[in-house]
Design a protein around this ligand. Structure first.
Ligand SMILES: Nc1ncnc2c1ncn2[C@@H]1O[C@H](COP(=O)(O)OP(=O)(O)OP(=O)(O)O)[C@@H](O)[C@H]1O
Length: 354
């Protein structure tokens, strides 16, 4: 988790949507969406293919008009004050177009010229600054066509940073990247957060999001099914794993724990008997990891002694799976549910890595 968060986070909303909705004909791509992104957030925007992430981002950037509802960025309604809002945003929604035969730095010059930024030596430090941030300074003279996919993606982010935006919006920035490329992007996002940028990141890759984001929203079929602080969401998904020496002991322990759960231990939300990788029976208890000693004591009271007992951290994957398995009657869109990596496999452009 990002450490800079506490120092930069001041609770000022940067993005606030109110009942934001987009329908394409009969298809409700985004339904009644209320999002809150605060200054200093690294905000993860999650959802399976077709759940409405890109449509939301396009509405936020004023690329398409909502069917209903509104989006307020930096306190301004984007239906009325879009130019003032866009000046403060750096975004990559689709892969930016670069000239293959021009170097990285020359491509940035072209983009700056095309978007009306100041040219000439006065901007040179800024080009180098952004290339430095994305760790491409040493490759700035290399022709774009010789860049790796990860370098191309980072040059795109450098271009989005030229005007020193407060909010950086990245739509699936790790698509198609190899593990090293994914790590580079993660480090880059952490650097941008440390520079005080607010980051809005849509992604399929849950472990990545878990590592860099402090807050997340999960979309399913155009509906917001979860929004919250990552640490809190993970805490809700903590478990305690207990292994007994013998299978019969595991069964007895399970019965004891279930009884205790009903009678006195309301801090246990669920208990299941499963098998570990060695096919040994284990008891998985959904409870705060700080309760491990209590579990030990409860078992000991019944002359049951665990061979192993250890807390398991919560994962965003567990949060996601639970959130997206909730049946939802509002929208008609077919989506792929219960896929750990938000089902990137059916789309060759998605670079989900397990
Ligand atoms: N211009 C459009 N016309 C009609 N339907 C559209 C249009 N744009 C998006 N959709 C539909 O809206 C739904 C949401 O699409 P969207 O691209 O926002 O999802 P997403 O979560 O970004 O998915 P992915 O991860 O695959 O990019 C999909 O069913 C998509 O087919």
């Amino acid at each position: 988790m990002r450490e800079t968060h506490t120092t930069l986070y001041d609770g000022t909303p940067v993005i606030s949507t109110q009942r934001l909705t987009k329908a394409f004909g009969n298809l409700v791509a985004v339904n009644d969406l209320n999002l809150q992104v605060m200054r200093g957030d690294v905000f993860g925007f999650l959802g399976p293919n077709g759940s409405g992430k890109t449509t939301t981002i396009r509405m936020l950037l004023g690329l398409i008009h909502p069917t209903a509802g509104r989006a307020v960025l930096f306190g301004m309604d984007n239906a009325y004050q879009l130019p003032a809002i866009l000046q403060r945003i750096g975004a990559i929604v689709e892969t930016p177009t670069f000239y293959p035969y021009l170097s990285g730095i020359d491509n940035l010059r072209v983009i700056a010229a095309n978007s009306g930024m100041k040219l000439g030596s006065v901007n040179k430090p800024r080009y180098e600054e952004v290339l430095d941030i994305v760790e491409l300074k040493q490759y700035q003279r290399l022709a774009y066509r010789n860049y790796s996919l990860g370098m191309k993606q980072r040059l795109g982010i450098a271009a989005a940073l030229l005007a020193d935006p407060e909010l950086v919006m990245l739509d699936e920035p790790t698509n198609g990247l190899d593990p090293a490329g994914v790590i580079e992007i993660r480090k880059l996002i952490q650097r941008l957060a440390a520079l005080g940028k607010t980051i809005f990141l849509s992604s399929h890759i849950l472990p990545e999001v878990q590592q860099v984001c402090n807050r997340v929203a999960i979309l399913r079929k155009g509906n917001l099914v979860k929004q919250g602080d990552v640490k809190e969401l993970l805490r809700e998904k903590e478990q305690i794993e207990v292994r007994m020496r013998l299978a019969e002991e595991a069964q007895t322990a399970l019965e004891v724990l279930r009884r205790v759960k009903e009678q006195e231990a309301s801090w246990i939300s669920h208990i299941a008997l499963e098998q570990n990788a060695l096919r040994q029976p284990i008891i998985l208890i959904d409870a705060p990891s700080t309760r491990s000693a209590d579990i030990n004591m409860l078992l000991a009271r019944h002359d049951l002694f665990a061979a192993e007992l250890h807390p398991r951290e919560g994962s965003l994957e567990a949060v996601y799976l639970q959130a997206t398995s909730v049946p939802n009657q509002f929208s008609e869109i077919a989506s792929t549910d219960n896929h750990t990596m938000l089902n990137a496999a059916d789309d060759s452009n998605k670079g989900a890595i397990r």
